[in-house]
Design a protein around this ligand. Structure first.
Ligand code: GLP
Length: 268
C-alpha cells in the first residue's frame, strides 16, 4: 500500500486529479470505478477543469459507480446518479451510455441486478482504476463493518452511523433510504489500481485501522491491504492517527525521485 500525506484537502484533490488525468491520458479507453460522497467532489472539480483546458478527455472512458441507494429514482436529487451528473458527467465529454451505476428499482430482483452489474464490469474488461472514499466507520462503497471480504455486488443495510453521517445531505422530510446496492469488497479488490482519498480528522481512526490495523471485516477498508496497487492520498488530519508517518513520507520522497527518473506513475 502506498500512503501519500499532503497538507490540505485541496492538495488531496489536486494530487488525485493529476493521477487520474495521467491515467486517462495513457489509457484513453480506461474503465474507471467512481465514488460519491463529499470527498471526491473536489477531485471531480479538478478533472472538469483539466477537461475544460483540453488536457483530459473522457470520450473513451467507461465508468462504474460503487453504489446507489435503493428507492431513489435517478432524477431524485439525492440519488448517486444525480450526484454524478451534477459533479462530473454533465461537465465532461464522457458518453452517457458508458456510465453505469448499480441501480435497483423497487420491483427489480436485487440478486439479478447485482449479478448483471458484475457481468457488465467483466464485459467492459474490468475496472482499471477504482476511486474510493472511506466512511468514518471504515466502510468502502456501502460495505459496512462485518461485510464479507469476499462479497460481490449486492444489497446492504446501512448502519445507523452511516445513515446519520449522510443525513446532512438530505433535507428535513426527505425520504432517506437505509438500503443500497453496492459493489462488494471482492469486486473492489479486482480493480487493477485503487486510489482512496480521505480528508478530515473524523476519518483518522478509520484510516489508521485500514492501513495499520489487522485485516478484518470490522474495518472493510483494511481489505485494501490485500491489493497490490492501492494508493491512499490523505490530508494531515486524516493521517493524524497513523504510527508510521515518517516511513510513509520517506517512501514517498524516494518514489518521487523514481517517477522523476522514469517519468511515469502507473504501470498499466
Ligand atoms: C458514502 C459512500 C462512500 C463514501 C462515504 C464517505 O457512504 N457510499 O462511497 O466513501 O459516503 O463520504 P464522505 O466523503 O462524504 O465522507
Amino acid at each position: 500500500m502506498e500512503v501519500i500525506i499532503v497538507d490540505s484537502p485541496e492538495q488531496v484533490a489536486n494530487r488525485a486529479a493529476r493521477m487520474v488525468s495521467e491515467f486517462i491520458q495513457k489509457k484513453s479507453n480506461a474503465v474507471l470505478g467512481l465514488a460519491t460522497g463529499s470527498t471526491p467532489i473536489a477531485l471531480y472539480r479538478e478533472l472538469i477543469a483539466a477537461h475544460q483546458c483540453g488536457e483530459t478527455s473522457f470520450r473513451g472512458v467507461t465508468s462504474f459507480n460503487l453504489d446507489e441507494y435503493i428507492g431513489l429514482a435517478p432524477e431524485n436529487s439525492q440519488s448517486y446518479r444525480y450526484f454524478m451528473e451534477e459533479h462530473l458527467f454533465s461537465h465532461v465529454d464522457i458518453a452517457a451510455k458508458n456510465t453505469f451505476l448499480p441501480s435497483c428499482k423497487r420491483d427489480d430482483n436485487p440478486r439479478k441486478v447485482g449479478r448483471a452489474y458484475e457481468e457488465k464490469i467483466l464485459a467492459s474488461g474490468g475496472i482499471d482504476l477504482q476511486i474510493l472514499g472511506i466512511g468514518s466507520n471504515g466502510h468502502i462503497g456501502f460495505n459496512e463493518p462485518s461485510s464479507s471480504l469476499a462479497s460481490r455486488t449486492r444489497v446492504k443495510t446501512l448502519t445507523r452511523e452511516t445513515v446519520d453521517a449522510n443525513s446532512r445531505l438530505f433535507d428535513d422530510g426527505d425520504f432517506q433510504p437505509h438500503l443500497a446496492m453496492t459493489m462488494g469488497i471482492a469486486t473492489i479488490l479486482e480493480a487493477r489500481h485503487i486510489l482512496l482519498l480521505a480528508t478530515g480528522e473524523n476519518k483518522a481512526a478509520a484510516i489508521r485501522d485500514a492501513i495499520e490495523g489487522p485485516l478484518c471485516a470490522h474495518c472493510p477498508a483494511s481489505a485494501l491491504q490485500m491489493h497490490r496497487r492501492a494508493v491512499m492520498v490523505l490530508d494531515r488530519a486524516a493521517a493524524s492517527a497513523l504510527e508510521e508517518t515518517d516511513y510513509y513520507q520517506w517512501v514517498e520522497s524516494q518514489h518521487v525521485s523514481l517517477v522523476e527518473e522514469y517519468g511515469h506513475y502507473y504501470d498499466l
